[in-house]
Design a protein around this ligand. Structure first.
Ligand code: NDP
Length: 453
C-alpha cells in the first residue's frame, strides 16, 4: 500500500480549511496545511469580522442622534478613524493567533507558504514535495473588478480595511452585499457616499419586496445612482473623477469596486490533475465536495456555492467527517440564514416570494412595515419590515425576511424554528415578547392585501 506524508493536506487556512484540519486531526488523521497570506482567511482579515467592527462604529452616529430624544445632550462628539483602525487591527491579529493556535493545538503541520498541486497526491510547498492521501482546496476567493478605463484606480474592500485616512467622499460601485454594507458604513462615519448600481434596485437575489424596501432605506444617507454604470475613472490631485454612463461626473476621494469575488484557482497547479472548473472559474465538486480528481476535494468560496463563512465551516467539517469518520453527514443547503449589515440590517432565511412561486408552491404572504417603539421619541422616520412566506398546503413557514436593527440576531433563532418545520400556526400560538420588534413575527394575522407580483 502506498505510504503518504499526510492523510490530508489542506491548501488555505481560512474558515473552511481550518475547520477541516481541526476535525480531521481530531478524528486521528495526520494533517498538514499551507497558508500563504493570513490565518483565518477573508472572514477574519478582510471580511466579516473587521466589517462588523466598522459597522458597530457606524451605528454610533445614529445612536448619538437618537439619544437626544431621550434627554441626552452632548457637545464635542468626534470620530477618529485611526483609533478604529488601530483597534480593529489589534483584534484581527488576536484572531489570527487564535486560528494558528487551533492548528498547533491539533498537531497540524503548518506551512506558512504558498503550496501548489503537483499531482493527485503531491503538493509542492517551501520547495519540498509532500504527499497526501487526500488534498483539500480551500483557498477562497478574491475581489474582482470589471475592466474599463481607470478601473485599476478603484480599490477593493481589501484595501478599504487598510486606509490610513477616512476619505471625505467615496463612490461605491456595485449593488451586492459588500456595496450596500460599505456604503452604509462609510456614510455613517461621515464620508459623503454615492452608490452606483447597474440594476434598478439593490441586492439581486433577495426577496423583491425586501429589495424595494432596502433600496429606499439606503437612500437616507447615501446618494443612490440606480441603472447607472461607471465608464471611466480619472485620477485628479488627491482624488478621482468618476464618469458615469449617463454623462455626469462625480468628484471623490476614492472609488470602491464591490462587483463580486472570484475563486482563486489560478496558478494552483490544477492543470496537472483532473480537477474541473465551472464556467465561473469555481471548482466543480460532487455532493461530497470531491472534484473530478478522486483524491482532491474543495470547499468554501473556491467552489462558489454559497460564499458565506458558516457555509465554508460546515463544508470543511463535512469533508473531514466524510473522509475520516464512520458517521459521515451530508450538508443541507436549505434554510441557510444570512444577514446584510447595511443600515438598517437585513436578515433572511428560506425562500423569497419569487423563489417560492418559481417552485410552483401555493403560498400565503404576510408582510408589514412597522416603526420601532424607540423611534416614537427619536423622531427618526425609520421603518422596519417583516415578511413571512407560508406554504398553503403544509402551513409551513418557508421564507422569513426582515429589515431592521439586529436583523441577523433575530433571524438566526427563526432559522432553527424553520429547520424544525415550524408552521404559521406554531408562530401564531407563540407568545410574543412585548414590546419588541421580534414579537411582530408571532402576531402577523392579516395576509398581505395586494400581491406584489
Ligand atoms: P455580490 O455578488 O453580492 O454583488 C456584486 C454586485 O456587483 C452586484 O450588484 C452586481 O450586479 C455588481 N456587478 C457585477 N459585475 C458588474 C459590472 N461589470 N459592472 C457593474 N456592476 C457589476 O458580490 P460582493 O462583492 O458584494 O460580495 C461577494 C460575496 O461575499 C457575496 O455574494 C456574499 O456571498 C459574500 N459576503 C457576505 C457578507 C455577509 O454575509 N454579510 C458580506 C459581504 C460579502 P448584478 O446584481 O446586476 O449582477
Amino acid at each position: 500500500m502506498q505510504e503518504f506524508d499526510y492523510d490530508l493536506f489542506v491548501l488555505g487556512a481560512g474558515s473552511g480549511g481550518v475547520r477541516a484540519c481541526r476535525i480531521a486531526a481530531s478524528l486521528g488523521a495526520k494533517v498538514g496545511v499551507a497558508e500563504e497570506r493570513y490565518f483565518g482567511g477573508t472572514c477574519v482579515n478582510v471580511g466579516c469580522v473587521p466589517k462588523k467592527l466598522f459597522s458597530y462604529a457606524a451605528h454610533f452616529r445614529d445612536d448619538f442622534e437618537d439619544s437626544k430624544g431621550f434627554g441626552w445632550s452632548y457637545s464635542d462628539i468626534g470620530f477618529d478613524w485611526s483609533t478604529l483602525k488601530t483597534n480593529k487591527d489589534k483584534e484581527v491579529s488576536r484572531l489570527n493567533s487564535i486560528y494558528k493556535l487551533i492548528l498547533d493545538d491539533n498537531n497540524v503541520d503548518v506551512f506558512e507558504a504558498r503550496a501548489t498541486i503537483e499531482g493527485p497526491h503531491e503538493i509542492r510547498v517551501k520547495g519540498k514535495l509532500v504527499t497526501a492521501k487526500f488534498i483539500l482546496i480551500a483557498v477562497g476567493g478574491w475581489p474582482w473588478t470589471p475592466e474599463f478605463p481607470g478601473s485599476d484606480v478603484a480599490v477593493s474592500s481589501n484595501e478599504l480595511f487598510e486606509l490610513k485616512k477616512l476619505p471625505r467622499s467615496l463612490v461605491v460601485l456595485g449593488g451586492g452585499y459588500i456595496a450596500v454594507e460599505f456604503a452604509s458604513i462609510f456614510s455613517r462615519l461621515g464620508c459623503e457616499t454615492t452608490l452606483v448600481c447597474r440594476g434598478d434596485k439593490l441586492l439581486r437575489g433577495f426577496d423583491e419586496e425586501i429589495r424595494d424596501f432596502i433600496t429606499a432605506a439606503i437612500g437616507h444617507g447615501v446618494v443612490l445612482k440606480l441603472n447607472t454604470e461607471i465608464v471611466e475613472i480619472n485620477p485628479r490631485n488627491s482624488g478621482v473623477n468618476v464618469l458615469l454612463n449617463e454623462g455626469s461626473e462625480i468628484v471623490a476621494d476614492l472609488v470602491l469596486s464591490a462587483t463580486g469575488r472570484r475563486p482563486m484557482t489560478s496558478n494552483l497547479g490544477l492543470e496537472k490533475v483532473a480537477v474541473e472548473l465551472n464556467k465561473s472559474g469555481s471548482i466543480q465538486v460532487d455532493e461530497h465536495y470531491r472534484t473530478a480528481e478522486p483524491s482532491i476535494y474543495a470547499v468554501g468560496d473556491v467552489i462558489d456555492r454559497i460564499a458565506l463563512t458558516p457555509v465554508a465551516l460546515a463544508e470543511g467539517q463535512t469533508v473531514a467527517r466524510h473522509l475520516f469518520s464512520n458517521h459521515p453527514e451530508a450538508m443541507g443547503y436549505q434554510n441557510i440564514p444570512t444577514a446584510v449589515f447595511c443600515h438598517p440590517n437585513l436578515g433572511t432565511v428560506g425562500l423569497s416570494e419569487e423563489q417560492a412561486i418559481q417552485k410552483g408552491l401555493g403560498i400565503e404572504v404576510y408582510s408589514s412595515a412597522v416603526k420601532q417603539l424607540k423611534h416614537s421619541l427619536t423622531g427618526r422616520n425609520e421603518m422596519c419590515m417583516i415578511k413571512l412566506i407560508v406554504e398553503k398546503s403544509s402551513d409551513r413557514v418557508i421564507g422569513l425576511h426582515m429589515v431592521g436593527p439586529d436583523a441577523g440576531e433575530l433571524v438566526q433563532g427563526f432559522a432553527v424554528a424553520m429547520n424544525c418545520g415550524a408552521t404559521k400556526s406554531d408562530f401564531d400560538r407563540t407568545i410574543g415578547i412585548h414590546p419588541t420588534l421580534a414579537e411582530e413575527f408571532v402576531t402577523m394575522r392579516s395576509l398581505r392585501a395586494r400581491p406584489v407580483l
